[in-house]
Design a protein around this ligand. Structure first.
Ligand code: FE
Ligand code: FE
Ligand code: ZN
Length: 314
């Protein structure tokens, strides 16, 4: 692989390292970028699909998001994907829990179901070492955010009674209805109540934080400073890169195609090339079929290369 030797000899020098990152951007190698894919044809099939659309990572639902059954585990298929991803230098794969789970539901039966489902998902993910597992903290539905936060933390404490290697990510939410996780402070409050908090990370969804009122368009640095102060940037493990159909602070959670919404292409490029973010994996959850995803991946890679190039030559 070109550049590997250079990488090793210059890692001590930030300037040279950044130049190398530039070269990798220009070669289309360094931004881990992919999209949400369907697991319906199996695990290895997702890896092949990702590669065919220019992605070098992807996200998938562990099971039908509307609940119901899950296919029996095929260790051969999932191991084949792990091998394929390694061979093609993929970034971390992101498994997404069904969004219908509510770890802070008032109903204890629903909470038990959320716990069992996540336990089962994490057992399966042991076959995909290095992957990440993202979940929506939940909706407190009239119980109040305080109770919601307590219940989510209790859920995680129970989940972490089992040893598994996958890092679990709390997703930043838009604040639709009574969603918990609409502010960085709410996520911090959950993490503070979890005994093994080092097993937790955060997935930042650009549409969600914008809808929640964080101005990633005109004050990206300010938003990242807040994130760092409240949660610590080292907690940030993944980014959902989505445009939004609605204005900042709308609390709506309606994703838009890249460049077609209120965040816009320019801000998207600033996000994926930001020095504090560009080492992270990025996942599109935009309203697209595969050809649309392929176009967005190509567009973002090209714009990122141009932007990074400008920083050094412009
Ligand atoms: Fe999500
Ligand atoms: Fe998301
Ligand atoms: Zn969303």
């Amino acid at each position: 692989m070109p550049g590997e030797d250079v990488h090793i000899s210059f890692t001590n020098s930030t300037k040279f390292y950044d130049m190398l990152v530039t070269v990798q951007f220009l070669g289309g190698m360094s931004v881990y970028l992919g999209c949400h894919l369907s697991v319906s044809k199996g695990y290895l099939a997702m890896g092949k699909t990702a590669l065919s659309i220019g992605a070098d990572t992807f996200q998938f639902f562990t099971r039908s998001p509307r609940g119901g059954g899950v296919k029996p585990l095929d260790p051969e298929d999932i191991t084949a994907l792990a091998e394929f991803a390694r061979e093609h230098h993929f970034g971390p794969l992101l498994a997404h829990a069904p969004y219908t789970l509510n770890p802070c539901a008032a109903d204890e039966g629903l909470r038990g179901y959320a716990l069992e489902t996540m336990q089962d998902d994490l057992r399966r993910l042991e076959y995909l070492p290095g992957s990440l597992y993202n979940f929506h903290p939940g909706s407190h539905v009239k119980q109040g955010a305080e109770i919601g936060i307590e219940k989510i933390a209790e859920h995680l404490n129970r989940l972490f009674e089992t040893p598994f290697s996958t890092t679990v990510l709390l997703e930043t939410m838009a604040g639709k209805g009574s969603e918990v996780g609409r502010t960085f402070e709410e996520l911090r409050a959950v993490i503070d109540r979890v005994e093994q908090g080092d097993r937790l990370g955060v997935c930042l969804d650009t549409c969600h934080v914008f809808d929640a009122g964080y101005d990633v368009v005109s004050d990206l640095d300010g938003v990242l400073e807040q994130f760092d102060r409240i949660l610590g940037l080292e907690r940030l493990k993944a980014v959902h890169i989505n445009d939004s159909k609605n204005p900042m602070g709308s609390h709506k959670d309606r994703h838009e195609v890249i460049g077609g919404g209120t965040i816009g292409l320019d801000a998207m490029v600033s996000i994926i090339t930001h020095p504090s973010l560009r080492h992270l994996p990025f996942y599109l959850e935009t309203p697209n079929e595969l050809p649309g995803y392929a176009r967005e991946i190509e567009l973002l890679r090209r714009c990122a290369a141009e932007r990074i190039g400008e920083e050094y030559h412009g």
